[in-house]
Design a protein around this ligand. Structure first.
Ligand code: NAD
Ligand code: DAU
Length: 358
């Protein structure tokens, strides 16, 4: 048996592939374009494993996807591939429309043609699992109830609007063509292999480099945080037992304001790798201009996946964030490797840092 994963060299996708191969005998065909966010170093541990078939390519390339489906005959396709960073979507929405909407559409067309031609037993067992985000639901007020699966879609950034469009396409392919789809809408992940443009890894990396820790606005925006391995176990569970056509919200029951997150990272670094001058890392916190259209609060009601599929996160925030900070301290080569020229250009654009620091 084989599964096909798109975007399996990115943050969540690579964690998923590593965990899948550790727990299952099934082959993974991993189709990834290796954008700035895709990194084969994430998959070094399975480089020689014949159950991991890496394919460098675009999930919107229909000829390529058709041939992969015909050759490998997967029993499921899991779609992680996307442009994923909200700030980049504000600077340049075009890539998000192209990848997240048109790419997903092209993939769905290939999968539909493949699925229609399967024999009845394979057709019945096939699944298309679409990995999405809580951001499609928009922003909550302080005392609003958390997002359930029936919350209306109100995406506010080009990123979340593009993910919302892809969710709608997936839904339509089930409703119209009967494609057996599953959709997961998850909150903020953190953990190993997280690209240091996102809040938690950026803070860990900047703190150690003696750089400012840029907090947008007043730092009181609230996110729900889930350790990435828990997201991967949720996806495995939904693939295994989710009801066709259903949506499952995935979250960590861990709502926290951004400033608390930054203080927690600073305190862990004070303990695990104190500053040479003995001062606390929190002194590096700097308040910067807020993200345009910044969503104030996300919160996930994850009762459906718990009650119907028996999934709950294994990590608390305390255990997960400690593991994460330790992972970055233990893997300076990985960090150095992703801090390429392209990464420095992004920092210059977003935070006004010099592109070529001396
Ligand atoms: P990421 O940016 O780290 O990785 C995305 C991967 O997709 C990269 O490996 C990239 O090379 C690949 N990719 C991009 N365009 C491609 C294309 N055209 N063809 C093939 N591969 C392509 O993203 P992530 O944080 O790992 O997120 C994975 C998925 O999970 C995304 O769909 C995202 O919307 C969703 N999600 C992310 C979070 C989070 O907190 N990071 C939370 C909920 C949902
Ligand atoms: O909610 C799920 C989403 O979480 C995923 O769909 C996205 O792919 C993922 O990138 C993430 O989006 P966010 O915008 O919430 O993540 P980010 O790490 O970029 O920012 C988290 C919060 O921290 C957000 O409120 C903005 C703030 N922030 C971020 C950065 C990079 C800062 O204050 N300073 C920063 O430098």
């Amino acid at each position: 048996m084989t599964i096909l994963v798109t975007g399996g060299a990115g943050f969540i996708g690579s964690n998923f592939v590593l965990d899948w191969l550790a727990a299952s005998h099934e082959t993974v065909v991993n189709l990834d374009k290796l954008t700035y966010a895709g990194n084969l170093h994430n998959l070094a541990a399975v480089a020689g494993d014949p159950r991991h078939v890496f394919v460098h390519g675009d999930f919107g390339d229909t000829a390529l996807v058709n041939s992969l489906l015909a050759t490998h005959q997967p029993r499921a396709v899991l779609n992680f591939a996307a442009e994923s960073h909200v700030d980049r979507s504000i600077h340049g929405p075009g890539d998000f429309i192209h990848t997240n909407i048109v790419g997903t559409f092209n993939l769905l067309e290939c999968v539909r043609a493949y699925w229609v031609a399967l024999a009845a037993p394979e057709q019945a067992g096939f699944r298309f699992l679409h990995v999405s985000t809580d951001e499609v639901y928009g922003s909550l007020g302080k005392s609003d109830p958390a997002f359930t699966e029936t919350h209306k879609y109100e995406p506010n950034s080009p990123y979340s609007a593009s993910k919302a469009a892809s969710d709608h396409l997936v839904r339509a392919y089930h409703h119209t063509y009967g494609l057996p789809v599953l959709t997961t809408n998850c909150s903020n992940n953190y953990g190993p292999y997280h690209f240091p443009e996102k809040l938690i890894p950026l803070m860990i990396v900047n703190a150690q480099a003696g750089k400012p820790l840029p907090v947008y606005g007043d730092g009181q925006q609230i996110r729900d945080w889930l350790y990435v391995k828990d997201h991967c176990s949720a996806i495995r569970r939904v693939l295994e037992a989710g009801a066709v056509g259903e949506v499952y919200n995935v979250g960590g029951w861990n709502e926290k304001p951004n400033l608390d997150i930054v203080h927690t990272v600073c305190a862990l670094l004070d303990e695990l790798k104190p500053r040479p001058d003995g001062k606390p890392y929190r002194e590096q916190i700097t308040y910067v201009t807020d993200r345009p259209g910044h969503d104030r609060r996300y919160a996930i009601d994850a009762r459906k996946i718990e009650q119907q599929l028996g999934w709950r996160p294994a990590e608390t925030f305390d255990s997960g964030i400690r593991k994460t900070v330790q992972w970055y301290l233990d893997n300076p080569d990985w960090v150095a490797n992703v801090q390429s020229g392209g990464y420095r250009e992004w920092l210059a654009k977003q935070y006004g840092e010099p592109k070529n620091p001396i």
